[in-house]
Design a protein around this ligand. Structure first.
Ligand code: AMP
Length: 280
């Protein structure tokens, strides 16, 4: 695997690959890699000739400085995992490389309604930070295909909005969420859970599954309350459970069989904030 720390070296290498007619797949990550990330790498390898992964813990998308500080960083393991999955290129830039003019005064994007609610409301500035870094990375890599995880459902819609408004020539592929055996969505943040919290963490997924199972015989209001009560009884602090239109992310008051819907959940186990979703 080729590893680049500097944008200009990466761009030079990729321009040669493109001149040789290779199609480029890109998997942007923040590291602490796990099998969820690897399913993006594998999908890229099946779809394209050359897979580029980036690892960059992007400061501008963290609305909580402590979360940024404590974000797991496991570069040696990440490199080993990427090599084991035959990733072709790793881009590993510093903060200075990505933000040579400092972290403020970044471009502001009009990402529309998909970015305004849910994560957008509970993590102010988060999606602007995501847009800033994705725009920079996409300009550097100029991939044909971009691979992102359904685990971050709203992020996928926001990135599609960024692609549309900036007229970026790339195909976004949304890869299904990889889960642990008990249903918990794999996440770099899971590494920060205590043993006890880890035992309880799959309740987020269980709530999503129970909402799906009851959609034809109860109102969303009732199943929503059942889930909130269950989580709270177990010492988990739910932040939101929303039923949304799967394409527009419009918040729906109740199940609507005529639409494709998605249920999205965010909750705290102690200080650790987890998210998950299920298309129903
Ligand atoms: P992150 O490193 O958390 O920014 O994630 C990098 C990419 O991996 C994003 O597109 C995520 O949606 C995706 N991803 C994270 N966890 C999973 C998972 N469990 N299954 C599939 N994709 C995932």
């Amino acid at each position: 695997m080729y590893i680049f720390h500097k944008s200009k070296d990466l761009m030079q290498f990729l321009s040669q690959s493109k001149n040789n007619g290779l199609s480029i797949g890109f998997v942007p990550t923040m590291g602490a890699l796990h099998e969820g990330h690897m399913s993006l790498i594998e999908t890229s390898k099946l779809t394209t000739n050359l897979t580029v992964c980036s690892i960059f813990v992007n400061p501008t998308q963290f609305n909580n400085p402590e979360d940024l500080d404590k974000y797991p960083r496991t570069t040696a393991n990440d490199i080993a995992l990427l090599e084991a999955h035959a990733c072709d290129v790793l881009f590993l830039p510093t903060v200075e490389e990505m933000y040579p003019n400092g972290l403020s005064n970044n471009k502001v994007y009009d990402l529309g309604i998909v970015a305004a609610q849910l994560e957008g409301a509970f993590r102010p500035g988060h999606f602007q930070g995501v847009a800033v870094i994705l725009d920079k990375l996409l300009q550097l890599v100029q991939p044909d295909h971009l691979f992102m995880g359904q685990k971050d459902y709203q992020q996928c819609l926001v990135v599609q909005s960024l692609i549309n408004i900036e007229n970026i020539n790339v195909n976004l592929h949304i890869v299904p969420t990889k889960r642990a055996a008990d249903g918990l969505a794999l996440s770099s943040r899971n590494a920060r859970l205590t043993e006890g919290q880890r035992q309880l963490a799959n309740l987020l997924y269980q709530c999503l599954v129970s909402i799906q199972a009851q959609k034809d015989n109860k109102s969303f209001k009732i199943v929503h309350k059942e889930c909130i009560d269950l989580l709270e009884r177990k010492g988990i602090t739910p932040e939101y459970i929303y039923l949304c239109d799967a394409e527009t992310l419009e918040i729906l008051p109740d199940f609507d069989a005529s639409r494709k819907m998605v249920v999205l959940i965010a909750a705290y186990l102690g200080e650790i904030r987890l998210i998950d979703n299920l298309v129903i």
